[in-house]
Ligand binder design. Sequence first.
Ligand code: RIB
Ligand code: CA
Length: 320
Amino acid sequence: MSKLIIDTDPGIDDSMAIQLALASKEFEILGLTTVFGNINVELATINALRLLQLANKVEIPVAKGASKPLKSEFSGGVPFVHGDDGQGNTWQPPGCLSPISTPADEFLIEQVLKFPKQVTIAALGPLTNLAIALSKEPEIQKLVKEIVFMGGNAFCSGNATPAAEANMFSDPDAADLVLGAKWPITMIGLDVTHKTIISKEALEKISEFDSPLNNHITKAYQFYLDFFRRVNKIDGTYVHDASVFTYLIDRTLYKTVTYPIRVETQDCLSKGKTWPSLGDADHEEGEALQPWKNRPKVTICVDVNSEKVIALMQKRLTKG
Ligand code: RIB
Ligand code: CA
């Protein structure tokens, strides 16, 4: 069983990912940390608390995190994707739980120091909390078991822009810092989540499972389905955040490569793009390769057995 912290901006797909993690015996969830992204961090925190209450997991702490990127202002989120409430405009009443007083970055540091080499951090939103924790306590890069994050696009186009994936686009400075640290880190990017589609039929099967959490997520998911039908012309949705947990549950479902990565931080056409250095640039070891020089290698998921991923999700999400 892995000790796990989920850093999240719930978000409809975050909610299904959290549901999957809660239903999986592989994880001992130490806490949730919230971050701006799909919505503001206040709503992300309310949503995270409500999910845990619906799941009757009220003992799991929620630590509120960053409200904006490291070097800019919060851009307002993506209500057209996740609803104004981040839960498909279901506007459920807030639960009765409150976040702990410890901020997210300090919670991450505290838990990694308390359980050296045992804590896995699953990051499902912008990497701002991890960047702040790293700058406050650089030792955590040696003491965390591993980081697995949903974000980036190594060899495919983006979704926030043609160049960049949403979580990296939301805070490219944080992403570049996190991907430059010397901790074991794996990228679950659009390279595999755009190959993993959960169909309307599969979602209908999952919706038959009767539980307060599943019933809520089924309702919220209708908004997400409508977005994908309207914009991506698919009768289902990509599986973004939940892919972090299907990877952690069964790594054999994914093919990986390892390369140093830089993230475009300039406010330009390719802001937020994750650029792997394939090391085969056709020029001398000159200035051009310097930005990637001495950067640690990142494990990048580049292919996936999506059928088995969907089957795994269906199995886990339809049991108590
Ligand atoms: O690009 C998809 C990612 O951005 C997911 O984490 C989704 O929840 C949004 O945060
Ligand atoms: Ca997310």
